[in-house]
Design a protein around this ligand. Sequence first.
Ligand code: ATP
Ligand code: MG
Length: 360
Amino acid sequence: MAGVTKTFPGSEGPAVAPLDLTIPAGELTVLIGPSGCGKTTTLRMINRLVEPTAGTITIDGTDIRERSLTELRRGIGYVIQQIGLFPHRTIAQNIATVPKLLGWDKRTTAARVDELAELVGIEREMLRRYPSELSGGQQQRVGVARALAADPPILLMDEPFGAVDPIVRSRLQHELLDLQSRMRKTIVLVTHDIDEAVALGDRVAVLNVGGVLEQVAAPDDLLAEPANEFVAAFLGAERSIKRLALSGVMSLHLDPGPVVDRRASDAEARQALERGGLDWLAVLDGDRFLGWVAAADLDGRPIADLQPEVLRARVEPTATLREALEVILTSHTSTALVVDADGTYHGAVTLEAIREGLAR
Ligand SMILES: Nc1ncnc2c1ncn2[C@@H]1O[C@H](COP(=O)(O)OP(=O)(O)OP(=O)(O)O)[C@@H](O)[C@H]1O
Ligand SMILES: [Mg+2]
């Protein structure tokens, strides 16, 4: 988008100020900002439901005005704010809206509806119902399925999960990320929930009233270095806590940890204990994690004679720093061990390492 402006007839200032924004293909870009700042207007200019007052929008280098409306919209799925299902059409008919417009035959359409229902997690039996007979979360899935029907490369989503409770919302967010990892669509998603923006966006564009772009950046860059006071205020307190959810434990410099091999003697274990600086030791068999023993249990016998216990301060390599911190805080020790589901030991996460991980 270059210099894209929208001033509605009769209004004083522009709803969208000259906006320059590049939306990378195959990525999910989030538009976020206070109510009335022009997010919906910006989306609707992309599929020409709203015509810009000035400026140019190009997709893959072509001005969107050079293509016919039908052709343009065929390539762009749109999930509208407040879901907007057609109340007098069944779920199946709602999902089939665009295929029907495109004149697909019945069999192809029905097959596509089944495929999409499966994709977004709508049960077959619901396809015959009407929107009012579905929960808010189910309706939102149908809205997503309808937008995906003709497999458009571009998807515009206007607060797609706005109408559901936090638990369903979080589930739908995970499903979207999962879908996106397979589909690699170019998605523009509007929200005013900063946690949602950070969780979903490859990039996040923060808009101010009047459609003024304050900053566009990857979530971690946005949280680490907000460009100005407005962005910082919008991101809210706890920016570092939010950043913890964006990095995985394997991105840290893992400590070897308080470890001892099961073949070690009591004397070797005591040395390991001193090196580790904690009151417990992880017992390994090569790179296999067996459990932990307390310092107080070392009684002169070799380690092999002790019975290692199950460790609570343990995270998988896929864990985020936030999850590791949670485990550390709830397990009464300052170190969490990174262990695979199959028992392979990777190293230790300390509070200090988490702090260093956020430093930049
Ligand atoms: N058709 C219209 N005619 C006149 N003004 C409009 C029209 N549509 C939107 N506006 C105004 O343009 C501004 C931006 O509206 P828009 O719907 O884009 O905001 P938004 O960021 O999506 O807000 P929200 O978060 O509440 O959905 C608002 O001040 C709104 O009142
Ligand atoms: Mg809106």
